[in-house]
Design a protein around this ligand. Structure first.
Ligand SMILES: [Zn+2]
Length: 305
């Protein structure tokens, strides 16, 4: 799913940075590898799309891509054969995904001037996947741009990071985030933003998943932990890994708020963080959450009202 290309205007520094990137794209002197990092995944996607369009638009105007030529339209709908998107299938980007992508990068350009690959949530690359990616980065084919999009640059292999031009994206304000969503229920979006602890990427994930579903699950988990009730806990399954990671992230946000108010012990946040890490490494979500609940039971519940 692609977001509308609304203008997600950030601060002046950001705009200046983007101007320079666009200028480099127009003049065909863009780096082969860009690493977008920082808070706003939505804005990162918008900029990646725009650069792909600038590099391939057949009627480029001084204001930017025309948005009407075939290339522009195919890029925006995600159907351009030379603009490739890679993102986690589950919670990680595995080596098989990178190996499937690799030959497409080396194939001749189908239609476009430029091949653009966007790797979203690049901090979710497994180590073997990152190493396979490194091989492409070391010998990039001509007229190829690879954009890595990540929340934290630290999550990217240093050998990849050192070859990239880093572009930092600041956090969006709630209002700017809401504007960039296009046509969604604004009240739902505001609830998602609150539930996320003002983390726009988490808020977007909550919104896509369904605010009520997330809220219900999290509340039931807290009740089960507070009452040390295994039956209530069992009723929360089955869920898949993505759901589990999302729910635990929201529980972590609430725990953080609870610590600040002095009603939650810091160890709980550590236990939740550990559970999220374990979950990302291919483990049964039910097992991880049950182990977490038992840890919280023993320490007297995860109360965070
Ligand atoms: Zn165009």
């Amino acid at each position: 799913m692609f977001w509308m290309l609304n203008s997600l205007l950030g601060c002046d520094d950001m705009n200046r940075q983007l101007e320079l990137l666009e200028k480099a794209a127009r003049e065909n002197r863009l780096a082969h590898l860009l690493l977008f990092h920082g808070g706003s995944a939505l804005q990162q996607r918008e900029v990646a799309l725009r650069l792909a369009q600038i590099l391939n638009c057949s009627q480029l105007t001084p204001q930017g891509p025309c948005q009407t030529c075939l290339a522009c339209r195919k890029i925006i709908s995600g159907n351009h054969p030379d603009v490739l998107w890679l993102k986690p299938l589950k919670t990680t980007i595995g080596i098989e995904q990178v190996l499937a992508w690799q030959p497409k990068v080396y194939l001749k350009h189908y239609e476009g001037n430029y091949k653009v690959s966007v790797i979203e949530q690049a901090d979710a690359l497994t180590l073997p996947a990152a190493n396979a990616l490194l091989k492409v980065i070391e010998e990039p084919p001509e007229r190829t741009l690879i954009i890595l999009s990540a929340e934290n640059a630290e999550g990217i292999l240093p050998t990849i990071q050192s070859r990239a031009q880093l572009v930092y994206f600041p956090n969006l304000s709630e209002a700017t985030w809401l504007t960039g969503l296009g046509e969604v229920d604004q009240q739902e979006a505001v609830r998602a933003f609150q539930l996320s602890g003002k983390n726009q990427n988490l808020a977007t994930a909550i919104l896509e998943h369904g605010v009520q579903i997330v809220q219900d699950w999290v509340e039931k988990f807290r009740t089960a932990v507070d009452k040390r009730d295994f039956l209530k806990l069992f009723a929360l399954f089955p869920i898949d890994k993505n759901q589990a990671v999302l729910y635990l992230q929201v529980i972590a946000v609430q725990a953080q708020a609870g610590i600040q108010k002095g009603i939650i012990q810091p160890f709980e946040l550590l236990a939740i963080g550990k559970a999220i890490d374990v979950l990302r490494q291919q483990v049964n979500p039910r097992l991880v959450i049950e182990v977490l609940a038992i840890e919280l039971f023993q320490q007297g519940g995860a109360r965070c009202d």
